[in-house]
Design a binder for this molecule. Structure first.
Ligand SMILES: Cc1cc2nc3c(=O)[nH]c(=O)nc-3n(C[C@H](O)[C@H](O)[C@H](O)COP(=O)(O)O)c2cc1C
Length: 192
């Protein structure tokens, strides 16, 4: 990973997809925020289960305007997409994919698809950013994480983000998160 997170103050947007504040995903987020803060960088955590983000209803509003018909908490996320230097998606694997509230957030990025392909905006999100996936899964199979990565890579084309790494907590239904290993992997990723 490049050393872009070493010096000046940087901003991270963390999209947290677990409803459990003491679960494995929360532990992955804690490992990240501890490290990130230790370098005096800033972050915002958006908890998908707490945020009021309506699911996309395919109404077509964003085909005609650079906006969404809903004025809800997605506007905070939109601001984060525009301003953050690092985007962190932290999620449990639910049914080989993202939990519903996080999927609702992701579906709302349809407005950037329409901005680009219906309204001709070349870069709906101008600032390029690095992205990191933190994923917890109960089983020993990483298949869900692979599918999540595929989902994110497609969506990140619209968000002007590049998925540069994935750090996981596997087998969480049987073993606790190895926070020491996770912190080590995060240090490598962030080049701290
Ligand atoms: C609705 C639901 C669906 C799940 N689906 C999967 C799955 O497809 N694959 C898997 O490995 N674990 C699955 N799990 C287990 C969770 O990924 C695991 O318990 C994870 O640690 C939950 O995250 P949390 O500890 O942050 O709440 C599922 C759990 C729930 C509640």
């Amino acid at each position: 990973m490049q050393d872009t997170f070493q010096n000046e103050k940087k901003q991270a947007l963390v999209l947290m997809g677990s409803p459990r504040r003491n679960g494995a995903t929360a532990e992955l987020v804690r490992c990240f925020t501890d490290l990130w803060q230790s370098r005096r960088h800033e972050y915002t955590v958006i908890e998908a289960y707490q945020a009021a983000v309506k699911p996309c209803v395919h109404c077509g509003y964003c085909k005609r305007a650079l906006a969404c018909r809903y004025d809800d908490d997605f506007s905070l996320i939109d601001r984060g997409f525009r301003e953050a230097d690092l985007l962190v998606v932290a999620s449990p694997v639910y049914g080989l994919g993202f939990p519903g509230p996080l999927k609702a957030v992701f579906d709302r990025t349809q407005r950037y698809f329409e901005a680009k392909f219906s309204l001709g905006v070349e870069h709906p999100i101008e600032k390029h950013k690095t992205a990191l996936l933190l994923a917890a899964y109960g089983s020993k199979s990483s298949r869900g994480v692979e599918l999540m990565e595929e989902h994110l890579r497609l969506m990140f084309l619209l968000l002007n983000a590049s998925l540069k790494g994935t750090i996981t907590a596997p087998n969480t239904d049987s073993i606790p998160v190895d926070s020491h290993r996770v912190a080590g992997e995060l240090k490598l990723f962030l080049n701290f």
